[in-house]
Design a protein around this ligand. Structure first.
Ligand SMILES: Nc1ncnc2c1ncn2[C@@H]1O[C@H](COP(=O)(O)OP(=O)(O)OP(=O)(O)O)[C@@H](O)[C@H]1O
Length: 292
């Protein structure tokens, strides 16, 4: 279990990226949702011991992360948002090299670990190809392979599916779900559907603060009977925005479908809609905007 208490981070230019964040993360997949600039990467980097927060505490099991970052690093797998340069060396050579850095000195044991991971992430057939020539999806699968060296008990992945096509994205997320059976996996993303599909628990971070936390189904349940939908002509959108709390608009077969949050039927033509995690996400953002 990961325990975060009152974590705040203020950058030297005065930006308060994290504001008294408290969060308990049990084993399994945990989705951290938030719009751009919410503070997700700042939180991920703080947990991964890459930056020291201004105040607060982080504990993982019996490790006091801020007092003993080395202990956490030994049990951490981290896939950053930008994995950086992709050299002209092969996937096999690079993974082997990282395994040396992570302490696998004996070549026999290292070979077993590297080969098992290349198989697990489905890169075995391309293990001799240069990383520089890998597609986005292959890079992300390589990224997770390097994060898994040493059987980490805490795995952090920051926006891992950005830029992947749906098939690669699916493949990558299934891989994460397998790992999460025995590990704390924190998935930081702004893709709400990925969290809805995969995570038994989620939290929403906005403006450096945790604004929602819970099981997606419970959060959706709180909106029961309050989400209404209507198919409209897109020229009517502005009028609807003025009259109602429109939390989402999407196109379906070329027509505009709006979701409105209301305690009772907002007007003619509205039907109750099955709530989704996206409705939770957008209604939370919308009510925060109105309160601001
Ligand atoms: N090194 C830095 N110096 C100053 N401000 C920073 C720094 N890094 C991030 N910020 C600011 O802190 C806030 C939180 O940024 P952060 O990158 O943690 O958000 P995020 O939720 O990960 O966003 P994104 O999805 O866009 O990556 C933003 O206002 C950002 O501009």
């Amino acid at each position: 279990m990961l325990h975060i208490e009152n974590l705040s981070h203020v950058y030297p230019n005065g930006t308060r990226a994290l504001d008294s964040v408290s969060l308990q993360v049990p084993p399994g997949m945990f989705g951290l949702l938030g719009p751009n600039g919410a503070g997700k990467s700042s939180l991920m980097r703080s947990i991964a011991t890459l930056q020291t927060p201004t105040s607060g505490t982080i504990r993982f099991g019996d490790i006091d992360v801020l007092a003993d970052p080395e202990a956490l690093r030994r049990t951490l797998g981290y896939l950053p948002q930008d994995f950086g340069v992709y050299p002209r060396v092969s996937a096999y050579e690079m993974l082997d090299h990282i395994a040396v850095l992570k302490g696998y000195a004996a070549s026999g044991e290292r070979r077993t670990v590297v080969e098992a991971l290349l198989n697990q992430v489905n890169l075995w057939p391309v293990r001799h190809k240069a990383l520089a020539g890998f597609s986005g999806g292959m890079r992300q699968r390589f990224g997770i392979a390097q994060a898994l060296i040493g059987q980490p008990r805490l795995v952090i992945v920051d926006e891992p599916t950005a830029g992947l096509d749906p098939e690669e994205s699916n493949r990558f997320l299934n891989l994460l779900a397998e790992i999460a059976e025995s590990t704390v996996v924190i998935l930081s993303t702004h893709i709400v559907q990925d969290v809805a599909n995969l995570c038994p628990r989620t939290a929403m971070l906005v403006g450096g603060k945790i604004v929602r936390v819970g099981a997606p189904l419970d959060l959706i349940g709180e909106l029961r009977g309050r989400i209404w939908q209507k198919v409209i002509d897109k020229r009517e959108l502005e009028a609807h925005r003025k009259a109602h709390e429109v939390i989402a608009t999407r196109l379906s077969s070329g027509r505009t479908v709006i979701h409105v949050l209301a305690d009772r039927q907002p007007g003619p033509g509205f039907d109750t809609a099955e709530g989704s995690l996206e409705d939770v996400y957008f209604s939370t953002l919308s009510s925060l905007r109105r309160a601001a």
